[in-house]
Design a protein around this ligand. Structure first.
Ligand code: ATP
Ligand code: MG
Length: 169
């Protein structure tokens, strides 16, 4: 399972609707500093609800809306290789903002997206996305902390949690 297409519309530096194709295996994005490479990753994290506004390098979600377009919405959609399509939109209003989620072009709750993604093994607390600085952090952390991450990836921690729960009952 992999992402086949990303469509970014009015999100961060992407003022124009932009379609980015991904191939199976490896895709490299290159460009000068400040050209929007990390914003592509941010758009994926936003669409799949894998990160808070802070994790997306924004103070609040409405900061994700392109500044120069004059529009009040930002939208990102992701198509997976099995044709599952996930779309998220944010709309600024005078009273705050609204967030909309769509699964295969039908409106849904964010929890529905979380459920579908967890079937693919994509989870907010998982390590599906290795962020800038993560590798350095992993090499510099203590042995115990590193072990905790390995347990999480290997799926051991889920059994540890269940074991501890059973012991406490
Ligand atoms: P580097 O190589 O330095 O990591 P990068 O290619 O990853 O750079 P990004 O961090 O993705 O660059 O993009 C930064 C640019 O995005 C900045 O110029 C910033 O002004 C712009 N940007 C961020 N949010 C918005 C927004 N809401 N509207 C317009 N532009 C934005
Ligand atoms: Mg960057």
């Amino acid at each position: 399972m992999y992402i086949t297409e990303l469509e970014i519309n009015n999100f961060k530096s992407f003022g124009k609707k932009t379609k980015i194709p991904f191939n199976e295996g490896f895709t490299v994005v290159s460009g000068p500093n400040g050209s929007g490479k990390s914003n592509i990753i941010d758009s994926i994290l936003f669409c799949l609800a894998l990160s808070s506004a802070r994790g997306l390098r924004a103070e609040k979600l409405t900061d994700l809306i392109n500044l120069n377009s004059g529009k009040n919405t930002a939208e990102v959609s992701i198509t997976f290789s099995d044709d599952t399509k996930i779309r998220r939109k944010i709309k600024r209003t005078p009273h705050g903002y609204y967030s909309y989620n769509y699964l295969n072009d039908r409106a849904c709750k964010q929890s529905d997206i979380v459920e579908v993604l967890s079937k693919f093994g994509i989870k907010a607390e998982g390590y599906n996305v290795v962020m800038q600085g993560d590798i350095t952090r992993i090499t510099e952390m203590s042995d115990t902390e590193r072990r905790r991450i390995i347990d999480e990836i290997a799926g051991v921690s889920e059994f540890d949690k269940k074991k501890n729960q059973a012991l406490s009952e």
